[in-house]
Design a protein around this ligand. Structure first.
Ligand SMILES: [Zn+2]
Length: 478
């Protein structure tokens, strides 16, 4: 039985573009079965930059198998899967000639490379394939680069915010791009904006619904400030007008850095309003959130003091547990009660200076993060011992936490100062996501302490919960 090697390649050059390797392989296997050959090897390359001359390890392996005599035939989906350039074909002909190999393609059948006419056909096909690559890929690429350098639009799908020519601003859509940027700066998530736009029946340039990623990509694209982005590496001034001004763009970059900071904190940190704010009033331990079984078998979340930690051993007293919904409700009510006082006006009048403070705090955070990385590096290189490493790491970590809190605080002040006109803070609160709420909380609340319920105390109710508000202590910031 003749042993055959199947060669498949992903590329986007020309004929057969987008034809998956699975499909190529299935067709090749069918051909092997028809001829009664055993498939000894399947080799593949992912070669989407077809004409770059990049190495093809799969192809090189194939040549090896031919040279050692391990296979007697080669099957490929089409001739241009095997060869990208006439020079490659020439060395292939050499190798096959010596080893007496048959080459079959699904598309064009048998190439008898041992005869002059067979070689002529193969060479002609290779020459035309190369011609196609040069004209389509090469020329299109060169033209795109040239267009980029001259600041022209390089065509494609109509960019949202502009007409199909890519140059004329559509004011209505441009206003939406600015809206998304402003809202993100004020603490809305991309998802919140997307959901809102979908409710308002706003659609993308090709008539689709929005999602978080689409809104994000739309808002952060360099086109918005009149810059051409060529392959993510080269930037040129564009000929079309910007729709976001430099000030908003800078604020947007800051907000993105802030949200990265918020999002890199551990997952559970962001799921609950008071996670990180709630402490045990008995032992000072930071409270966790648990599911607690209520009457009727339902599970509801509760803040609780954890006694033991898997890594650190005993961490808390374990004597405090309280229903999350009741605690959150009380804290929110207290917050709004307090905001009605002059604190609110103080914060609003301070807010203008906050952008500066925010960038200072971001720089501090960045430095602290780098310091941590340096320490990892020192330990990894064996320049400090484990005890030193632990001490340095703890100090740097604390510094980072402190900077991170300051970032959240100053961005929170920005958040509150920018409550939309005509909306009360309460309305803004109800329409905002958790990140926004936590930022706002961090401006006013240092911590919330939950006390143990004393033994034998009478049952107390609060808004339908069995809950005693007096056992919750809110520590306000000065
Ligand atoms: Zn405790």
């Amino acid at each position: 039985m003749k042993r055959a090697a199947i060669y498949v390649r992903i590329s986007r050059d020309h004929a057969g573009a987008g034809l998956g390797v699975e499909r190529q392989e299935a067709d090749c296997r069918k051909l092997a079965a028809e001829r009664g050959w055993e498939v000894a090897a399947v080799l593949s390359d992912n070669d989407i930059s077809a004409y770059s001359g990049k190495r093809r390890p799969g192809y090189e392996q194939l040549i090896g198998l031919i040279q050692t005599g391990d296979v007697g035939a080669v099957i490929s989906w089409s001739h241009d899967r095997l060869h990208r350039r006439p020079t490659e074909l020439e060395s292939y002909i050499d190798v096959c000639d010596k080893a007496g190999i048959d080459t079959y393609t699904v598309k064009a059948g048998h190439f008898d490379l041992s005869t002059p006419s067979g070689r002529a056909v193969a060479r002609t096909l290779a020459a035309w394939a190369a011609y196609e690559v040069e004209t389509s890929t090469g020329r299109v690429l060169a033209a795109k680069k040239q267009a980029a350098e001259s600041g022209k639009w390089r065509g494609g799908q109509r960019p949202f915010g502009y007409d199909a020519d890519g140059m004329t601003v559509r004011e209505e859509e441009a206003a939406l791009v600015r809206e998304a940027a402003q809202r993100f700066v004020l603490g809305d998530s991309w998802r919140t904006v997307a959901l809102d736009w979908n409710t308002r029946k706003i659609v993308t340039a090709n008539g689709m619904a929005w999602n978080a990623l689409k809104v994000r990509n739309l808002t952060i694209r360099l086109r918005n400030i009149g810059i051409v982005d060529h392959n993510g590496t080269d930037r040129y001034p564009a000929q079309w007008p910007a729709i976001i001004d430099q000030e908003l763009w800078d604020q947007l970059q800051t907000a993105i850095a802030v949200s990265r900071n918020v999002h890199t904190q551990r997952g559970p940190f962001r799921k609950h309003l008071l996670k990180g704010f709630a402490y045990c009033g008995e032992c000072g331990n930071r409270l966790n959130v648990y599911g607690t079984k209520r009457a009727g078998g339902r599970y509801e979340p509760a803040y609780g003091c954890r006694k033991n930690d898997d890594e650190k051993g005993q961490v808390g007293c374990g004597s405090v547990k309280r229903m999350l919904a009741a605690v959150d409700d009380l804290v929110i009510d207290s917050l709004f009660y307090r905001l009605d006082t002059e604190d609110m006006h103080q914060v609003l009048s301070d807010a203008s200076s906050d952008n500066e403070a925010l960038s200072t705090h971001l720089a501090e955070l960045h430095a602290a993060t780098q310091r941590l990385e340096e320490i990892y590096g020192l330990f990894g290189a064996g320049e400090i011992d484990f005890a030193e490493y632990k001490a340095m790491k703890a100090a740097a970590h604390e510094e980072k936490e402190r900077a991170s809190r300051k970032v959240n605080q100053s961005s929170g002040k920005g958040t509150i100062a920018n409550v939309p006109v005509g909306k009360t803070l309460r309305e803004a609160w109800d329409g905002s996501d958790l990140q926004w709420k936590r930022q706002l909380l961090s401006v006013f609340i240092d911590r919330v302490e939950i006390m143990k319920v004393p033994k034998g105390s009478p049952r107390t109710f609060y808004k339908g919960w069995q809950f005693n508000p007096d056992l919750i202590q809110i520590r306000w910031r000065a």
